[in-house]
Each structure stands twice: as structure tokens, then as C-alpha cells.
Design a protein around this ligand. Structure first.
Ligand code: HEM
Length: 120
């Protein structure tokens, strides 16, 4: 259990993949159900990310700090998109912001040394 939570990226990947799917479902057709489920997954992404961060940030404090910040900002922007969507407001700018931050977060995650390293 200990190594699953702290030393492997599998749980973290599982949670953000599900979060991204729920996000695009809610963006294409807003429903409170998808939005609530997504909010639960924000928490799971945060918890699994924080556990990895706590154990491994010493490898490169600067890049791990940026990865955490990018991840938190991605979640913040995803939530802003859906709140605006729910209120019937224009979402194009925040949606672009969310996607840009998502790409930055994916890039940093795959660059950092745990798990997969596509951009190392
Ligand atoms: C939508 C949000 C997020 C996405 C898409 C995301 C994506 C990723 C990806 C692609 C990886 C690399 C996995 C691997 O190489 O096997 C990763 C690892 C990691 N993530 Fe996230 N993440 C998100 C949120 C967060 C948050 C909020 C935190 C911190 C609170 C966080 C902290 C970490 C840490 C510490 C790692 C390990 C880095 C390493 O590979 O050495 N992530 N994440």
C-alpha cells in the first residue's frame, strides 16, 4: 500500500485520466452529476499528487514545485470553465487556459523522474 501511494504514479494517473474524461463530458453537455463526480476526482488527483510530492520533491524542488502549481491551476481552471458553463457565460477563454495549463502539467509530469518519462 505504502509503495502504491508514495512510489508509483499509477493511482495519480488513474485519477487524472478519469478527471479529464469527466471534464470533457461536462463541457460538451453540462450536468450537475458529471460536475459533482469531477469535483470528487479533483480531490483524489490532489491527494495522490500531494503524496508523490511530499516523498519526492527533494529530487528537484523547483520542477516539482512547478508541477504542483501547474496541477492545482489546471484544476482551478477546469472548475472555472464548468461554473461559467453552468451560468451560461462564455467559456472560450477559460477553456483555452485550462487546456494550455493541462498540456504544461502533462509535460512537467512526464518530464519528472517518477513513472513514465517521455520528455526527460
Ligand atoms: C489535472 C491535474 C493533473 C494532471 C493532468 C497531472 C499529470 C501528471 C502526470 C502526467 C504525471 C507523470 C506520471 C508518470 O510519469 O508516470 C504526474 C506526476 C506527478 N504529479 Fe501530477 N497531475 C495533476 C495534478 C497534480 C497535483 C494537483 C499535484 C500536487 C499536489 C501533482 C503532483 C505530481 C507529482 C509530485 C508527480 C510525480 C512527478 C514525477 O514523475 O516524478 N499532480 N502528474
Amino acid at each position: 500500500m505504502e509503495s502504491l501511494f508514495f512510489n508509483s504514479t499509477h493511482l495519480h494517473i488513474t485519477t487524472w485520466v478519469i478527471a479529464i474524461i469527466l471534464f470533457f463530458i461536462a463541457v460538451s453537455k453540462y450536468s450537475t452529476g458529471a460536475h459533482m463526480a469531477l469535483r470528487l476526482f479533483y480531490i483524489l488527483v490532489l491527494i495522490t499528487g500531494l503524496l508523490l510530492f511530499i516523498r519526492h520533491h527533494g529530487i528537484n524542488d523547483m520542477l516539482y514545485g512547478m508541477k504542483m502549481l501547474a496541477g492545482i491551476l489546471t484544476i482551478g481552471l477546469m472548475e472555472m470553465v464548468l461554473v461559467r458553463k453552468k451560468k451560461g457565460k462564455d467559456t472560450s477563454k477559460v477553456l483555452i487556459g485550462a487546456i494550455v495549463l493541462l498540456i504544461v502539467t502533462l509535460y512537467l509530469g512526464f518530464k519528472l523522474p517518477m513513472g513514465l518519462n517521455f520528455f526527460a
